[in-house]
Design a protein around this ligand. Structure first.
Ligand code: ATP
Ligand code: MG
Length: 255
């Protein structure tokens, strides 16, 4: 591959086409189509049980999609192992700040970068800690002793140690106080500004609408909105309908 082709590919969006995820025996997403641009923040919103996390598990390779394609740099990576997908450049922060509680913060970050040489690890550590200065003084502490917000920072920092092309964050704000969430907003912005494509999964609509360049809303396994955040801010009814869909009977009555 030529240098020029590589650099064009480096800027390609992550394309998710017709993704169907099955949990148990039930299809919980229906032909999901998403585009995640490099250097931008894309939000995926939706009510409880809409299928957001199932979509994330499919993208990250934790659960093999039943159908559909995930295009990264011109290659369909759907169904590859989670480790392989991470190596190819998609880092995922799963729901619920899952850090290695017994290990120190420094070791959490080292483990995440175990593919790198010692020298590369130390460069990656400096680069990552620049985004989270408050973690610098916690490096020797067990990650389990940190606050929820700081643990979420460790989880984000772990994902960033390997300089991913795309960062997928499932429920960034879950369980965190508003002041902590406010602290994470500029961090997410600077991650995107580095050229990383961020896919932010959020139930907390205010945060997603404030941060996102592009928004998808899922309801009951389908994408019910695909467009700019401004339209949702201007017309809250669109979101309301997606979060509280009327039943088919009511819809007929309304028509
Ligand atoms: N382990 C599982 N086994 C069977 N069904 C599951 C499992 N996990 C989730 N589901 C079902 O899959 C559907 C989608 O759930 P999913 O967790 O993807 O939604 P979500 O949008 O992430 O919701 P939340 O906002 O609560 O995180 C739901 O109907 C849920 O009950
Ligand atoms: Mg979820």
């Amino acid at each position: 591959m030529t240098q020029a082709m590589q650099s064009t590919h480096g800027g390609e969006p992550l394309k998710i086409d017709n993704l169907v995820m099955v949990r148990g025996t039930k299809a919980v997403t229906e032909a999901i189509v998403l585009r995640v641009a490099r250097g931008k923040i894309t939000a995926l919103m939706g009510a409880n049980g809409a299928g957001k996390s199932s979509t994330v598990l499919g993208i990250s390779g934790v659960i093999e999609p039943a159908f559909g394609e995930i295009w990264l740099d011109g290659r369909d990576i759907a169904g590859l192992e989670a480790d392989e997908i991470r190596r190819l450049g998609i880092a995922t922060v799963p729901e619920g700040h899952q850090v290695l509680r017994e290990l120190t913060v420094r070791d959490n970050l080292r483990v995440a970068a175990s593919d790198l040489s010692r020298g590369e690890q130390s460069t990656a550590l400096d680069r990552t800690l620049a985004l989270f200065p408050e973690l610098k003084e916690k490096l020797a502490q067990p990650a389990g002793d940190l606050s929820g917000g700081q643990q979420q920072m460790v989880a984000l920092a772990q994902a960033l140690m390997v300089t991913p092309k795309f960062l997928v964050v499932d429920e960034l704000s879950f369980g965190l106080a508003p002041t902590i969430v406010a602290r994470l907003v500029p961090v997410i912005r600077s991650i995107a500004a580095q050229g990383i494509g961020v896919l932010l999964i959020e139930q907390f609509t205010h945060l997603a609408l404030a941060l996102a360049d592009h928004v998808y809303v899922m309801s009951r396994g389908k994408v019910s909105y695909d467009g700019p955040p401004q339209k949702l801010r201007d017309d809250p009814d669109i979101l309301h309908r997606a979060y509280f869909p009327v039943s088919d009977k009511e819809a007929v009555g309304l028509a």
